[in-house]
Design a protein around this ligand. Structure first.
Ligand SMILES: [Zn+2]
Length: 395
């Protein structure tokens, strides 16, 4: 199979599907943001739930499924629609076998979730219903793993991202993934087609000020995922994604990894927090305007590009005004970063144009990451057809 990374147009929010190059086309979904308007046939938003189901495999019972689902952090724009579109609870209670495919809930064979990210998020706000439902399901799976000595099946699996406080996750060895370590297991199987380096959430810090900053800066799971292009090309492309992590966290990433920049190196970066200025600066864009200063260390953490690197903002269209996110000044920084790498910048809310958005699909090949082929206007496309008919000079 061809490895792909698909960004769905979900306004300011994330919903990203990774498919591996293995014969099973193993699927990892990172976050969802399926708005009511996208589910409403009369709504203006694109039907991204259909876009997603169209790309998923069906199991032996005809149920759509993902091999793994990572929730970067429990804010609404990262888990909206999870209770409506995904089956939460034991697989034996699956309710939709008699329904049409489009109405069947999606099975999550393995959850990837971070208790410390939930803990930090609950300190700043009340979690939304989708986040609570997801958390209940994650806790059910952790408990079942304890009860069954980690021998569980599809629909009961979970990987815990990062250690929790007070040794709460110390007994979860086989399902705990530690910060600064890489892993290659997905849904209980070792895969030769991907490896994920876990960069955050940083472990709880005894220094109260440091911990308070981690809480305030939208702690999220940050992962640098290496996707194989094929069996011979394990390092096809590196994709770094980090939810809504803000400037303090990226600053700390540089502090931790500046002597090993390959840890932060990427071919494709999901611009954190929907292209927010707050991932690059402590200053407010709307208050300081052009006087707002970039945090050089956070910028360094976010600019370890490989040749041809691409940055994607999963956001509304980016306007030249005071908005944030997405923020025009952040876009300018990312444009400068990709220009140095001879790469490109994309925004999901503008692809292929802001009036009629579509999923944005990148393919991983042995020559690196390939952006979608450019959509041409009618006249231009016709011109290309004409020129294609002209014999090649060296034909
Ligand atoms: Zn967000």
């Amino acid at each position: 199979m061809t490895a792909t990374i698909t960004f769905f147009p979900v306004d300011n929010g994330d919903m990203t599907l990774l498919k591996l190059a293995d014969t099973d086309a193993t699927a990892l979904l990172i976050d969802v943001n399926i708005r009511q308007d996208a589910d409403d046939p009369k709504g203006e938003a694109r039907d991204v739930a259909k876009d997603l189901r169209d790309r998923l495999k069906k199991d032996a019972n005809g149920r759509p499924y993902v091999d793994a689902f990572l929730l970067s952090h429990p804010d609404q724009d990262h888990c909206r629609g999870v209770a409506r579109h995904f089956h939460l609870g034991p697989l034996g209670d699956y309710p939709d076998d008699e329904k049409d495919y489009k109405d069947k809930k999606i099975v999550i064979r393995e959850i990837w979730s971070s208790p410390i990210v939930f803990r930090r998020a609950s300190k700043t706000h009340t979690l939304c219903d989708d986040a609570k439902a997801f958390s209940t399901e994650a806790r059910r799976r952790v408990q079942l793993n304890r009860d069954k000595n980690f021998v569980v099946g599809d629909g009961d699996r979970i990987l815990v991202m990062g250690a929790d406080i007070d040794g709460k996750t110390d007994d979860l060895g086989p399902i705990l993934r530690k910060v600064d370590e890489s892993f290659s297991t997905i849904n209980g199987k070792q895969s030769a087609f991907f490896s994920a380096h876990l960069l955050a959430p940083l472990d709880a810090n005894d220094d109260e000020e440091e911990e308070a900053s981690l809480v305030k800066n939208q702690s999220s799971v940050i992962m640098n995922v290496t996707l194989a292009a094929d069996a011979q090309t394990p390092d096809g492309a590196k994709f770094m994604t980090g939810g809504d992590a803000e400037v303090f966290i990226w600053n700390r990433q540089w502090d931790r990894h500046k002597d090993e920049p390959d840890v932060l190196e990427y071919d494709l970066l999901q611009a954190p927090h929907h292209c927010s200025w707050h991932s690059l600066s402590d200053d407010s864009w709307s208050e300081c305007g052009e006087k707002a200063k970039v945090d050089p260390d956070a910028r360094s953490a976010l600019s370890q590009t490989r040749d041809g690197a691409i940055v994607v903002a999963s956001s509304k269209p980016i306007a030249d005004d005071d908005s944030d996110p997405p923020c025009i000044r952040a876009k300018r920084e990312y444009l400068a970063i990709v220009k140095d790498a001879k790469g490109e910048f994309f925004c999901t809310g503008e692809y292929p144009n802001s009036k009629a958005v579509e999923p944005l699909v990148f393919t991983v090949t042995s020559r690196g990451i390939q952006p979608p082929s450019k959509k041409e206007s009618g006249a231009k496309a016709a011109a290309i057809v004409t020129s294609a008919r002209t014999p090649m000079p060296h034909g």
